[in-house]
Design a protein around this ligand. Structure first.
Ligand SMILES: Nc1ncnc2c1ncn2[C@@H]1O[C@H](COP(=O)(O)OP(=O)(O)OP(=O)(O)O)[C@@H](O)[C@H]1O
Ligand SMILES: [Mg+2]
Length: 274
């Protein structure tokens, strides 16, 4: 069992896209095992983009009951209540498999207040850890998508996680941002979760044609080579799949670039977890 947080305080770097496809890819690999457990995808961001994709995407409105639910994950977590199995539902992903990724029924309004509710609670950084304690062993992997922040929400995710993945869009300032995130992780390791491991850095939305992107990747290789995972290219079909409520494994052909990028990533993550 691994609990994997995707963290970057910068917005739009591909945290949610990678969370969704990693969850779908891991669920597919897991379902081939004789005694398999489901994958859980937790959406800690009040934009709820991972939940919306997992529940059918932005073209329909099938996701609405799931993001306006009462009671909800956001209400239970922000109210200090324990993990509740009744809040779990099957998502639609992977689209081409019967063993679906689980998500929580959630509530957008309550999610918007979660950062403040957590801050007002005693042991504010430990609430997600306590919430997951009674249910975590039912899952093979738990993937936690985080908002673009370095506040109490990602802090809860890091305290509850066994591993962290850092998607980085390789541009001029991303190495400075990366140093900040690594410092945040180091603090959590020192003060609250000594077992937290950095699973890797994922160069995300990578554009090979850009000189600057190639230079940043070169620098990353020098500085953090041992942590670099296969990169995810910037490809229109990756974005199209997400908007349509699909994982790339169901949306794209097996020989396509999006499929291969994410397949390599899932392989590398599984290799590192062993
Ligand atoms: N590899 C990719 N190729 C093409 N488009 C991508 C890729 N990854 C992400 N995108 C698109 O970029 C936008 C931002 O991606 P995503 O929502 O995954 O980032 P994020 O880090 O979760 O953002 P936020 O910080 O706002 O939560 C989305 O429109 C998504 O479809
Ligand atoms: Mg996101």
């Amino acid at each position: 069992m691994a609990i994997i947080s995707l963290i970057n305080r910068k917005g739009g770097v591909g945290k949610s896209t990678i969370s969704i496809n990693l969850a779908a890819g891991l669920a597919t690999r897991e379902s081939r095992k004789p005694s398999s457990k489901p994958v859980l995808l937790i959406d800690m961001d009040d934009q709820l983009s991972a939940t919306i994709t997992a529940m059918g995407g932005g073209f329909g409105q099938q996701f609405v009951p799931v993001i306006t639910a009462e009671p909800s994950f956001a209400g239970a977590l922000g109210g200090g209540l324990g993990g509740s199995e009744s809040l779990l539902i099957e998502s639609l992903l992977p689209r081409n498999r019967s063993e679906k990724v689980r998500v929580f029924k959630t509530n957008k309004t309550k999610m918007e207040g979660l950062e403040d509710s957590l801050k007002s609670m005693p042991e504010s950084a430990f609430q997600l850890l306590y919430f997951l304690e009674p249910i975590k062993d039912k899952f093979s992997y738990i993937i936690i998508d985080n908002p673009p922040s370095a506040g109490m929400i990602p802090m809860n995710a890091l305290v509850a996680s066994t591993h962290v993945l850092i998607p980085i869009e390789p541009d001029g300032l991303s190495l400075i941002g990366l140093a900040d995130i690594l410092r945040m992780i180091e603090n959590v390791q020192k003060n609250t979760n000594p077992d937290l491991k950095i699973l890797g850095i994922i160069p995300s939305r990578f554009r090979m044609v850009r000189r600057q992107s190639r230079d940043v990747i070169e620098d990353m290789e020098k500085l953090y080579g041992h942590l670099l995972l296969p990169y995810v290219k910037d490809l229109a079909d990756i974005s199209a799949a997400t908007t349509a409520g699909y994982d790339v494994f169901s949306y794209c052909r097996q020989k396509s670039q999006p499929y291969r990028c994410f397949s390599n990533l899932v392989d590398a993550v599984l290799g590192k977890l062993q």
